[in-house]
Design a protein around this ligand. Structure first.
Ligand SMILES: Cc1cc2nc3c(=O)[nH]c(=O)nc-3n(C[C@H](O)[C@H](O)[C@H](O)COP(=O)(O)OP(=O)(O)OC[C@H]3O[C@@H](n4cnc5c(N)ncnc54)[C@H](O)[C@@H]3O)c2cc1C
Ligand code: SF4
Length: 430
């Protein structure tokens, strides 16, 4: 049987590995270790915050090793998950089909979304469990004509305790993340090496021979018949560039900004995060308790339960780059204008709830949906491989997305990764 290497075990990597195993002998190379949820009591970071000891978001990985932070020169905080399950382990479980851009270039994912419907527990029926603050916000959104809709969630309703800690890793296992696909791939015989950072793809005569990776400071070569890179929107472009393959300066990240205010017993930190959203085209608005801002931003007062906070998530202009040591990603004037108009709506929502404008404060600008640096074009619709790649080298993550979604991308990345796996099986399985 032919061998396939899959780099990364997040949304795209786990989906592609599960599909390929059996048709190929799959080896998954994962930079991080086994994911573990944030285990300690939140009173500990609360105490550190009160003493002024939490001041740089990059230190979060000392408390929670799977969450990794980088910052752009302009100070935007970039979040990703490094470990089994990738960034899906940090998700708020939102699940949306967002394939209009892919459809426009001739990629039909109907079959793959139907498969995911059967494989992932998704439901939007959680309204009955919202707390009073969430209910009140939903009403105000509605009164303002923002047409809020409950967000479909990838989670098992019955075992979800509404603890609000989704971004810290689900303590009960109620939340679905891509470790479930990874497990299936392993049960079918795939192999996984963790703590293994892939550096480059070795190319010869227009073919990929395999990859080199660093394991415990040692460089190792792994040969393969097919290589699939799914190291995420920040990871895959670095591997491509290390291998001499040019990417495009089209990085998007879906920036997030929270507008917040003190509010006694708001308890958004103890309710389903992002329970509903209003889609305003260029951005979505949703209630969201932002742990990173709470712990690290000094404008956020102590007392997590007494903060009312709204998230703006923006579809940014694809105009940034990532290299080995650096991410360049600045907001364009259009992005800033869209963000300003979103802030105005949030201020009005909070005002209607009863907050005075002078009491409001902002969260830290952050982002966790990177992608777009080697997008698919219409000429790639059949091969599902950007033209400049050798014929046995594929991508299966957000790097392939032709546009920023400004909304939760996991489901769409997984559907696309499944389609990529089918193209690989069609053209390469022996
Ligand atoms: C806090 C937060 C909440 C989110 N909530 C949601 C949500 O509710 N719904 C939603 O749809 N999306 C959400 N997202 C976004 C979503 O999680 C990501 O967009 C998605 O997981 C990206 O999938 P991917 O396959 O491109 O990369 P990832 O899932 O990030 O996977 C990349 C994998 O590659 C590994 N890797 C990286 N570099 C290397 C290397 N050199 N060698 C080997 N392995 C490597 C990583 O460890 C990781 O396992 C959220 C993101 C964040 C940060
Ligand atoms: S709210 Fe808590 S229990 Fe429910 S899915 Fe999120 S982390 Fe898991």
């Amino acid at each position: 049987m032919r061998t396939a290497i899959v780099v990364g075990s997040g949304a795209g990597g786990a989906a592609v590995a599960k599909e390929l195993q059996g048709r190929f002998e799959v080896l998954i190379l994962e930079a991080g270790r086994e994911f573990r949820p944030f285990a300690m009591s939140l009173l500990i970071p609360e105490r550190l915050k009160k003493r002024g000891l939490l001041f740089d978001e990059r230190h979060i990985s000392l408390l929670f090793p799977s969450m990794r932070i980088r910052k752009t020169r302009e100070g935007m905080v970039l979040v990703r998950g490094i470990g089994t399950g990738g960034t899906t382990t940090l998700s708020t479980a939102n699940s949306m089909r967002l394939d209009s851009g892919l459809r426009a270039i001739g990629i039909d994912l109907d079959e793959e979304f139907s498969e995911l419907d059967r494989e992932v527990p998704i439901s939007a029926a959680h309204r009955g469990r919202w707390n009073e603050t969430t209910q009140r916000l939903f009403t105000v959104f509605g009164e303002m004509g923002l047409e809020p809709r409950p967000l479909p969630k990838m989670r098992r309703r019955d075992s979800c305790g509404n603890c609000g800690r989704c971004v810290l890793g689900c303590p009960s296992g109620a939340k679905w993340d891509s470790r479930e696909f990874l497990r299936e791939a392993l049960e079918r015989g795939a192999r996984l090496i963790t703590n293994c950072r892939v550096r480059e793809v070795i190319l010869e005569n227009g073919r990929a021979l395999g990859v080199t990776a660093i394991i415990r400071s040692r460089r190792r070569f792994f040969p393969a018949d097919v290589v699939v890179l799914a190291a995420g929107g920040f990871g895959t472009p670095v591997i491509l560039q290390n291998s001499g393959i040019r990417c495009e300066p089209g990085l998007f990240v879906d920036p997030v900004l929270c507008v917040a205010a003190p509010w006694d017993n708001a308890l958004l930190n103890k309710d389903i995060p992002m329970p509903f959203a209003a889609d305003r085209g260029r951005f979505i608005l949703s209630p969201y308790f932002d742990y990173l801002s709470y712990f690290f931003n000094r404008d956020w007062p102590p007392g997590a339960g007494n903060i009312l906070s709204l998230m703006i998530k923006l579809a940014d202009t694809p105009s940034g780059t990532v290299t080995d040591g650096r991410v360049d990603k600045a907001l364009t004037p259009e992005d800033t204008a869209a963000l300003r108009s979103a802030v105005d709506i949030c201020v009005e929502i909070l005002r209607r709830v009863g907050v005075e404008k002078r009491e409001m404060f902002f969260g830290t600008l952050n982002a966790g949906h990177p992608g777009g640096m080697l997008p698919l074009r219409s000429e790639d619709a059949k091969t599902l491989r950007p033209r400049r790649l050798p014929e046995n080298l594929f991508l299966a993550d957000a790097t392939l997305l032709p546009e920023s979604l400004g909304k939760p991308p996991i489901l769409t990345i997984m559907a696309l990764a499944k389609k990529v796996a089918k193209a690989i099986s069609r053209d390469f399985a022996g």
